[in-house]
Design a protein around this ligand. Structure first.
Ligand SMILES: O=P(O)(O)OC[C@H]1O[C@](O)(CO)[C@@H](O)[C@@H]1O
Length: 450
């Protein structure tokens, strides 16, 4: 019997129950294949990357890093074995500031007899976050590779491989920024396109491919129209009306936009384009980008990714328009109009509904916000509590008590969770396209408080 079969033997051959948080034991949920196939694949690809790049790593970190590589590989292999054998979770052992929290969560998820959670039977959001935290632990418990991001090069490669599409969007924007006669009608017409470029940027996510870059070659603006029929909910008109109306209020010159980022590479580029558009036309005055403090879900944006993306565009790329964009973004960072922040909460296994009680400082910060944009699938899962909602439950109900400010969620669907869909739509799409929830093919733009 293969280990995969062994896991299957422990599972239930049913869909997960509606309106409950996801758990991987339901074979017909997306969580099961992510746990039993995709996660082990991603972990083993991380190991293969280290082996393939050993010489370069030793050159950079010195010969002492050889033992580190060996120990990281052992830890990654143990992680795969633990998952595939549904072993109980263990405490984290590094000296990082978040370890106390993770170990407390482990205790909270253990039963009265002290039996620890296992991969198949515990809350799936916690489980998947724990997998990514354990990957990082393998590195941070080494000597030379403590701060090594094994996904950094692939993330930058993801950016480079999309240069053609970036150039097309860049040309459009630079021309636009140089025009002197842009009026409210133009803004009203074009702002939805900027939202949707950032939305579809979320398709390019390396966690689905073990780090292999997904090239985006088509013109992002053409794609916006071509993909419109794949938008299951499009509340962008509400967001656009709200933002355009706010331009009339000249008294408020302290409008902060918070963008809770997702992936580096092409997606980050499209987020920065949207941010530039919003700041150039004074929809907002300051933008705070929220990234990750440790490598997370393979391709999420860390400080290193953010800084080096802007640096790459400003100085290293061939294209003049992209250089010009890069320089604009560098200046926003220098002037403080843009800020990059990475709070610890985003790499903990909690939903956004828990921010208020667990991290009041962060919640208070988000209350200063004029508008919050949440990017991507994992942030969406955290927004709606990773609950397998009945698809017609309104989005504003699913976000629970996460109400610090007005909110826009831009998400391509890569997991089972849906909400706020019109009656019958989920049934209709699932009949014509059984994989509709898994591949980032469909998308939603949903708002709360607008
Ligand atoms: O990068 P995104 O859009 O947050 O997607 C991450 C998604 O990928 C997975 O890790 C695997 O499909 C999902 O569980 C997760 O929600």
């Amino acid at each position: 019997m293969t280990v995969d079969n062994e896991l299957i033997r422990l599972c239930i051959d049913e869909s997960p129950p509606r309106n409950q948080p996801l758990v991987a034991k339901y074979i017909r949920s997306f969580a099961f294949p992510v746990l039993s196939k995709l996660s082990p694949f991603n972990i083993s690809k991380t190991g293969s990357y280290l082996e393939a790049n050993k010489t370069a790593i030793l050159q950079k970190y010195g010969p002492g890093a050889e033992n580190d590589i060996t120990s990281v590989l052992t830890k990654l292999n143990t992680l795969i074995t633990d998952i595939l054998n549904n072993k109980p979770f263990r405490e984290l052992v590094s000296d990082n500031v978040d370890v106390e929290i993770w170990n407390k969560v482990l205790k909270d998820y253990s039963d009265e007899d002290g039996n620890r959670p296992t991969w198949l039977f515990t809350n799936w959001l916690y489980c998947e976050c724990y997998i990514h935290r354990r990957i990082f632990e393998a590195f941070e418990t080494s000597i030379y590779l403590k701060n090594y991001d094994p996904f950094y090069e692939q993330k930058m490669q993801g950016l480079v491989s999309c240069e053609d599409a970036m150039e097309l969007l860049g040309k459009f924007l630079i021309k636009y920024f140089h025009k002197e006669d842009i009026d409210i009608k133009n803004l009203h017409e074009d702002l939805p396109k900027m939202f949707k470029c950032a939305l579809w940027g979320n398709r390019c996510d390396l966690s689905q491919t073990g780090g292999d870059a997904i090239a985006q070659t088509e013109c992002p603006l053409v794609l916006v129209d071509a993909l419109q029929h794949l938008m299951l909910v499009d509340e962008s008109p509400k967001a656009v009306d709200f933002l355009c109306a706010s331009l009339n209020d000249a008294t408020n010159d302290d409008k902060i936009l918070d963008i809770i980022l997702d992936n580096a590479g092409y997606e980050l580029f499209t987020d920065l384009c949207l941010a530039d558009y919003l700041i150039t036309f004074k929809f907002v005055n300051t933008i705070r980008f929220h990234g990750k403090v440790i490598p997370w879900f393979i391709s999420d944006v860390t400080t290193q990714d953010f800084i080096n993306t802007i640096d790459y565009l400003s100085y290293k790329i061939k294209s003049d328009v992209l250089k010009e964009l890069g320089k604009r973004w560098e200046n926003y960072m220098k002037s403080g109009q843009w800020k990059f922040e990475c709070e610890q909460f985003w790499t903990l296994p909690f939903s956004f509904g828990q921010i208020k009680s667990l991290d009041n400082e962060l919640y208070t910060k988000l209350e200063e916000s004029f508008l919050i944009i949440s990017k991507g699938d994992l942030n969406y899962r955290k927004l709606v509590g990773d609950v397998y909602w009945n698809p017609t439950v309104p989005f504003i109900e699913t976000v629970g008590n996460f109400k610090p400010s007005k909110l826009i969620a831009l998400r391509t669907l890569k997991s089972d969770i849906t909400c706020g869909l019109p009656e019958g739509l989920a049934e209709h799409v699932s009949k014509t396209d059984p994989n509709w929830l898994k591949e980032g093919k469909y998308a939603v733009i949903q708002v709360d408080g607008i």
